[in-house]
Write a protein that binds this ligand. Structure first.
Ligand code: NAD
Length: 489
């Protein structure tokens, strides 16, 4: 089989993975992949186009009937084998994630373990692909409702968790009997291509998994527009979600759109302040603030705001920012446009009255002369309508606002066009029950930092998307229902 990459002028140039083979793109253009910490070009990938989309989807379609015909437990065994290989290659894959995405190495190791877990969880579901048998209103008749595969799935993933997001989609898609074409974000394509290579080692039938590289605008749009895929699953921005929604309308394709967030973090007057500070720091600064469920805006009861803010700012100032290949807390932003976006948001906030409590700009000094570094930043604000309180930052910046009581905290938390996740710290049972009832978010963390379970459900409402992933509800999206009326009179 042709090699997955070749060395061109000292840089690895990858190919597409289509039909179990490493193939050249028909478009002879390449995208440079940059290390966010050093700005060095670490590899290049094809800037794929419509022909590549077509080849990958045709290969996926050809492989699908035989894949669906396998017993689910056999499909599960392939997923387990792949998960084992991913774990055997944990360190190598984690270092690739650090190089292409910039998260600290210990977080990247966690991402690779998470990627394997998505696959083993999906494999566990193999023996629970059940349907219904229901009585008919007619004599001598039964009605069966089966869950069957859609056919071909397209998975489009964001740059913040390139390996984990691929497996979060691939696991349930494949166990349900679909085949898949994955396109990672063009800035972070490498870990997905490396995992594709592991499917060869795991002896996957050709065409079951296909991984192509290119921009969202060209290749992504071509995959969405193509008549073959029945289900498009995107993890990405609201902008992309809306574009895909429009483009998928022509063929009435099914969509799962896992989009952005603007999680509120409400701290009640009775909260355990130490625990709330620790959770607020972790939930904001992990992965340099680039997680859809990150703590994006804080509402702290006026009575404890002084102590909370002092301890929070001290904890933020203690974060170690630096080379993500070492044990640090915060790495670089993923890209120059992302860095500049965060910088603009902070400038706009301060010019509209926000006060900088710590940070506020780019990291200074020789160690940060290359790369996309922003200081961990805390702002104090008084107006919930400011852009910094309403728009997703997706970076190491968090605004704090004092509130007069729990009701105000809840009300302001709900004043958002996003609806993915929310955090609350309170020890009061009545408050806890109220927030569970009244907070309009898909995922609520009470008295703990963020981090979702592979067997739970991760779903946003409003601008945060339509769909949801993980657990039995996430898996169900990868099936369609087929109803059969059996008359045996
Ligand atoms: P993005 O929308 O720019 O890209 C996501 C993917 O979609 C990429 O592969 C991209 O190439 C592709 N794409 C973009 N436009 C497209 C189009 N018109 N047609 C087809 N494909 C297209 O998003 P991003 O910058 O990679 O990711 C950051 C966003 O993702 C943040 O808003 C973050 O909150 C969100 N996110 C959400 C979740 C979740 O589970 N809800 C998880 C991680 C990230």
């Amino acid at each position: 089989m042709p090699a997955m990459k070749e060395l061109v002028k000292g840089v690895d140039r990858y190919k597409h993975f289509i039909g179990g083979q490493w193939v050249e793109s028909t478009v002879k253009e390449w995208i440079d992949v940059e290390n966010p910490a050093t700005e060095a070009v670490i590899a290049s990938v094809p800037n794929g186009g419509a022909d590549d989309a077509d080849r990958a989807l045709v290969a996926a379609r050809a492989a699908q009937p035989a894949w669906e015909a396998l017993p689910p437990a056999t499909r599960g065994q392939y997923l387990r084998d792949l998960a084992r290989l991913i774990l055997e290659n944990r360190e190598r894959l984690a270092r690739i994630v650090v190089a292409e995405q910039g998260k600290p190495i210990q977080e990247a190791r966690g991402e690779i373990e998470g990627a394997a877990l998505y696959l083993t969880y999906a494999a566990e579901e193999a023996r629970r692909i059940t349907g219904d048998i229901i009585p008919s209103d007619m004599p001598d008749e039964q009605i069966w409702i089966q869950r069957v595969a859609h056919g071909v799935v397209v998975g489009l993933t964001a740059w913040n968790y390139p390996a984990a997001l691929m497996c979060r989609k691939m696991g349930p898609a494949l166990i349900a009997g679909n085949t898949i074409v994955i396109k990672s974000h063009e800035g972070t394509p490498l870990s997905a291509l490396e995992i594709a290579q592991l499917t060869v080692q795991a002896d996957f039938p050709p065409g079951v998994v296909n991984v192509v590289s290119g921009t969202g605008e060209n290749l992504g749009a071509a995959l969405v527009r193509h008549p073959i895929p029945r289900l498009i699953t995107l993890t990405g921005s609201v902008r992309a979600g809306k574009e895909i929604f429009r483009s998928a309308a022509d063929d009435l394709k099914l969509l799962r759109l896992e989009l952005g967030g603007k999680a509120p973090f409400v701290v009640a007057e009775d909260a355990d302040i130490g625990a709330a500070v620790r959770a607020a720091v972790l939930s904001r600064f992990e992965n340099c603030g680039q997680i859809c469920i990150c703590n994006e805006r804080m509402y702290v009861h006026r009575r404890i705001a002084g102590e909370f803010t002092e301890r929070f700012v001290a904890a933020v100032e203690a974060l170690k920012v630096g080379d993500p290949t070492l044990l640090v807390d915060v790495g670089p932003k993923f890209s120059r446009p992302e860095l500049e976006k965060v910088e603009r948001m902070v400038e706009r906030a301060t010019s509209s009255g926000a006060e900088v409590l710590t940070g506020g700009g780019r990291m200074a000094g020789e160690a940060f002369s290359k790369g996309h570094w922003f200081q961990p930043t805390v702002l104090s604000v008084e107006d919930n309508q400011m852009a910094i309180m309403q728009d997703e930052v997706f970076g190491p910046v968090v605004p704090i606002m004092k509130v007069d009581d729990f009701d105000e905290g809840l009300r302001l938390a709900n004043e958002s066009r996003y609806g993915l996740s929310a955090y609350v710290f309170t020890k009061d049972m009545r408050r806890m029950m109220r927030l569970v009832r009244e907070l309009k978010f898909g995922e609520i963390y009470v008295n703990r930092p963020g981090g979702d379970a592979v067997h739970a459900h991760h779903a946003g409402i409003r601008d945060s998307g339509i769909g949801g992933e993980d657990g039995k509800y996430g898996l169900d999206a990868y099936f369609q229902k087929k109803t059969i009326y059996v008359n045996y009179a």
